[in-house]
Design a protein around this ligand. Structure first.
Ligand code: PXG
Length: 295
């Protein structure tokens, strides 16, 4: 059965789900998006994702023509239409159709698109054995430009870094900011563990405030681990005891090597493994019910 895709309040088959080539999302990367997960009939931290989407839209002066409540309902309805309990959900709000110039004033109506599909994950082997990553030469966007706090449709910097990862034959790349501090990866936040302390770059390092990052910070604190948001360098990354990445798609995944340097003893660390387990329990418990009448 073909999936049903939400476009501006209507549902279309995959073949018929199309937007105009004059959409400024296509012409200029003018828009915002979200990636969200549902686990066992519950959408994880839906409100936080919707808030981030609307915050990004506000900054780029894109008026989403649905209230947050209507957006939540549209997302749940898309999951129901596709009979999904476990899913990856992509919400895209583009500037909409305009002319060939870049002026957004020529685009009267945004396009709102919701795609919900089965998830494709990193192979299980990587959760058990960890990832090898590289540091990309391409820097994360400066906050003074397209702020990394927005999930804008302009992901070219990150795609350039991903190409560097591909060239190196590894699944992810660490991105530094223009001040040479570690920022994050192309689609994941980064954490290190040093002498028992769980450390992740602060927002001012120029990062996306990941929903998974926030959840892991909460979990680590609840589990009594010392936690800190502080800047760190590539040297500190090489010499960390443990390293892991967090993201909606990746969840929590260990890193065992950076630029050929083994992290710790080159195996997923103790604290990383505890957090992977705790996160998996957390996503089973909390979330917005897709099918509330089933209980
Ligand atoms: N940093 C960046 C730059 C991201 O794009 C994260 C961190 C993690 O944030 P969340 O809220 O998901 O914990 C992201 C999110 C994919 C994919 O298919 C992932 C993202 C964006 C687009 C695609 O892996 N990332």
């Amino acid at each position: 059965m073909s999936i049903k895709i939400y476009i501006n309040g209507e549902f279309f088959s995959k073949e018929d789900a199309k937007v105009s080539v004059f959409d400024h999302g296509f012409l200029y990367g003018d828009g915002v998006f979200e990636g969200i997960r549902a686990y066992n009939g519950k959408v994880f931290r839906l409100e936080e994702h919707i808030d981030r989407l609307y915050d990004g839209a506000k900054t780029i002066m894109l008026n989403i023509t649905l209230s947050k409540e209507e957006m939540q309902e549209a997302i749940l309805e898309t999951l129901r239409k596709n009979n999904l309990k476990d899913a990856y959900i992509r919400v895209v709000v583009s500037r909409g159709e305009g002319d060939l110039g870049l002026n957004p004033l020529k685009c009267p109506k945004p396009n709102i698109i919701i795609i919900a599909d089965k998830i494709s994950l990193y192979p299980q082997e990587m959760y058990e054995n960890g990832l090898r990553v590289i540091t990309a030469a391409t820097r994360r966007n400066v906050p003074e430009g397209v702020n990394p706090q927005m999930k804008s449709l302009n992901y070219l910097n990150n795609i350039l870094a991903k190409i560097e990862a591909n060239q190196a034959g590894v699944p992810e790349a660490v991105m530094l900011n223009v001040d040479n501090f570690v920022a994050e990866c192309t689609g994941d936040n980064i954490f290190i563990v040093k002498k028992g302390k769980v450390i992740t770059p602060p927002v001012h390092s120029g990062i996306l405030i990941g929903v998974t990052r926030n959840a892991v910070l909460e979990l680590a604190e609840k589990m009594g681990m010392p936690v800190s948001e502080e800047t760190f360098t590539r040297h500190q990354l090489f010499t960390a005891d443990e390293c892991f990445l967090t993201g909606t798609a990746a969840e929590v995944i260990p890193v065992i090597e950076v630029d050929g340097r083994k992290i710790g003893d080159g195996k997923p660390g103790e604290i990383t493994r505890k957090l992977i387990k705790a996160f998996r329990e957390m996503v089973k418990e909390e979330g917005v019910e897709i099918y509330p009448d089933d209980n």
